[in-house]
Design a protein around this ligand. Structure first.
Ligand code: NDP
Length: 445
C-alpha cells in the first residue's frame, strides 16, 4: 500500500482538546481524586448533612478507609480478583451470548464494523443470577455486602484498571492488524481523528485507536455498556440490601432511586444499537478518558444518591414521589422520542418532516422535536438526572453534584458537536442554525 494512502487513512491531529497535555494531566489526576473525595463524603460512618455543615478534611482524607497507594496496587488481592473476574466474565458473556449482528456506521476506509447486540440475553441472565443468589443465600447476598463494605476499594481498583486498560489499548494501537486487513487493503489500524497527535500522554488520554478490538470483543462498546453500567446497578442494589438487612425495612426514597436508575440502566443496555451512532462510538478514540468515564466515573458517581439514602434513611411524601417520577417520565419521554425521531428520520422512515439537504447527501431535520432546539435530547437527559438528585430532596447539595456535572458534560458535548457539524456541513449548518436557533433549552439557550 502506498505511503500516500496510509497518511489519508490516519491524518495527524492538529487541534487538541482540553488544552492538550496539561489538560490531560489535570483531568487524569483531578477527576479520580474528585470521585474518591465524593465517595468519602458519603459513607455509613460519616456523611455530609445540610450545606456541608459537618464537612471535615480529616474525615475525608484520614479517618475513612483510605489505604496507601502501594496497598491498592499489591495488597488488596481479593478486590482485584473480584473486579477482574467481573470484567472478564462479562467480556466472555458478551462474546458467547446470542444476539443479532448489526453494522456500525461507515468507517473512513469504507468498511463497517459488525457489533453483536445481546443486551436482552445479558440482562435476563443477570436478573436470573441475582434472583438465584438471593434464594440460595437466604437473602444474605454476601457479594452485595462485600461490594457495599469495600466500596472505596472497588472504586480505586476500577480507576487503576482503567489506567492499565488505557495503556494496553494505546500500545495495541501501534501493532498492525494481525488477522484482518482494513478497507484500503493494508494492516494499519484506524485511529481516531482526534487521537493521533503524536504526544504519548495526550493520545493515551484521549484515545488513539478508534475501535480497539480483541478478537470479537469491541472494547469501547463493551466498556460503555457492561462493566460500569452494571456495576452501578449492583452498587445501588447493595445500598438497598444493606438497609434491608439492618432494619428489615426499605425506605421509599431508596426504592425509588433504584427503580428510576435501574430502568435507565436496562434501557441503555437493551437499546444498545442506539449507541452505535453516538459520538463516543463513531468519533472518539478509546483511551483513559473513556475507560475511566465508563468504568469508574459512571458507577461511582452516578450511585451517590443511592449510597446517600442508605446512610441517611429518609421517607418521601406521596406528592414528592409523584413529582420526582413525573420529572423522570417527562425527561425520558423527551430524551427517547427525540432520539427515536432522529434515528427514524435518518433511516428514511419520516420523509414528510421538514429538513435541510446538505452537500454531504445527509439531511438535517428541523421539524418535530428537532425544531425546538439543536439538542432537545440533552434537555430530556438532564431532566432525568435532576429527578435522580431529587430523591435525596433537601438533605444536602452534595447529591446534586450529578446534575451539575451532567450539565457541564452536555454543554461541552454540544460545543464539540457544533464545531464538528460546522466543519462538516458548512453553509447548510448555518442555515440550520437560522431555522433552529436554540442550542439546548428552547427560548433560553
Ligand atoms: P446527538 O444525538 O444530538 O447527535 C449529534 C449528531 O447527530 C450530530 O453530530 C449529527 O451527526 C447529527 N445531527 C445533529 N443535528 C441533527 C439534525 N437536526 N438532524 C439530523 N441529524 C442531526 O448527540 P450525542 O451523540 O452526543 O448523544 C446521544 C444521546 O446520548 C443523547 O440523548 C445524550 O443525552 C445521551 N448521552 C448520555 C450520556 C450519559 O452519560 N448518560 C453521555 C452522553 C450522551 P451526523 O454527522 O450524523 O450528521
Amino acid at each position: 500500500m502506498s505511503k500516500h494512502k496510509t497518511v489519508v487513512l490516519n491524518p495527524r491531529t492538529e487541534q487538541v482538546e482540553f488544552s492538550g497535555v496539561p489538560g490531560a494531566f489535570a483531568i487524569s489526576f483531578g477527576l479520580p481524586i474528585l470521585i474518591i473525595v465524593l465517595n468519602q463524603m458519603i459513607r455509613p460512618d460519616y456523611y455530609i448533612t445540610g450545606f456541608f455543615k459537618n464537612f471535615s478534611l480529616e474525615e475525608v482524607f484520614h479517618r475513612g478507609d483510605l489505604r496507601s497507594f502501594k496497598d491498592y496496587l499489591f495488597n488488596i488481592k481479593d478486590t482485584w480478583f473480584y473486579y477482574i473476574v467481573w470484567f472478564f466474565a462479562l467480556a466472555i458473556l458478551d462474546i458467547v451470548l446470542p444476539g443479532k449482528t448489526m453494522n456500525g456506521v461507515k468507517l473512513r476506509d469504507g468498511t463497517f464494523l459488525k457489533y453483536k447486540i445481546n443486551g436482552i440475553a445479558l440482562s435476563s441472565l443477570l436478573i436470573i443470577v441475582l434472583a438465584y443468589r438471593f434464594k440460595l443465600t437466604d437473602g444474605q447476598m454476601p457479594e452485595l455486602q462485600y461490594l457495599y463494605k469495600h466500596h472505596l476499594d472497588v472504586c480505586i481498583v476500577s480507576i487503576l484498571f482503567a489506567f492499565f486498560l488505557a495503556v494496553i489499548v494505546y500500545v495495541m494501537s501501534f501493532i498492525p492488524l494481525t488477522f484482518t486487513k482494513n478497507g484500503l487493503g493494508n494492516r494499519e489500524r484506524i485511529l481516531a481523528l482526534g487521537g493521533n497527535s503524536k504526544s504519548v500522554i495526550y493520545d493515551w488520554f484521549i484515545g488513539r485507536e478508534l475501535n480497539p478490538r480483541i478478537g470479537l470483543l469491541d472494547i469501547k462498546l463493551f466498556c460503555e455498556l457492561r462493566p460500569g453500567m452494571l456495576l452501578w446497578l449492583l452498587i445501588n442494589l447493595a445500598a438497598l440490601h444493606k438497609v434491608w438487612l439492618e432494619t428489615g425495612k426499605i425506605n421509599n426514597a431508596l426504592i425509588l432511586i433504584n427503580l428510576l436508575q435501574g430502568f435507565y440502566i436496562f434501557d441503555g443496555v437493551l437499546n444498545e444499537e442506539g449507541c452505535l451512532t453516538m459520538m463516543d462510538i463513531t468519533t472518539d478514540g478509546f483511551g483513559f478518558m473513556l475507560a475511566f468515564g465508563d468504568l469508574s466515573l459512571v458507577p461511582f458517581t452516578y450511585c451517590l444518591q443511592a449510597r446517600y439514602l442508605s446512610c441517611n434513611v429518609i421517607e418521601l411524601a406521596n406528592w414528592q414521589l409523584g413529582l420526582i417520577t413525573a420529572t423522570m417520565c417527562i425527561g425520558y419521554y423527551i430524551f427517547h422520542s427525540a432520539n427515536q425521531q432522529k434515528s427514524d428520520f435518518r433511516q428514511g422512515k419520516l420523509p414528510h418532516l421538514k429538513s435541510i439537504q446538505t452537500k454531504r447527501s445527509t439531511k438535517l431535520l428541523c421539524d418535530g422535536w428537532w425544531a425546538k432546539s439543536q439538542h432537545i435530547n440533552y434537555l430530556g437527559d438532564w431532566l432525568i438526572s435532576l429527578s435522580w438528585c431529587l430523591t435525596t430532596w433537601n438533605c444536602t447539595p452534595l447529591t446534586y453534584y450529578y446534575s451539575l456535572y451532567f450539565a457541564t458534560l452536555l454543554l461541552h458535548r454540544q460545543t464539540r458537536d457544533e464545531h464538528k457539524c460546522r466543519e462538516k456541513y458548512g453553509e447548510s449548518w448555518k442555515e440550520y442554525e437560522k431555522q433552529v436557533p436554540y442550542k439546548i433549552i428552547p427560548y433560553i439557550y
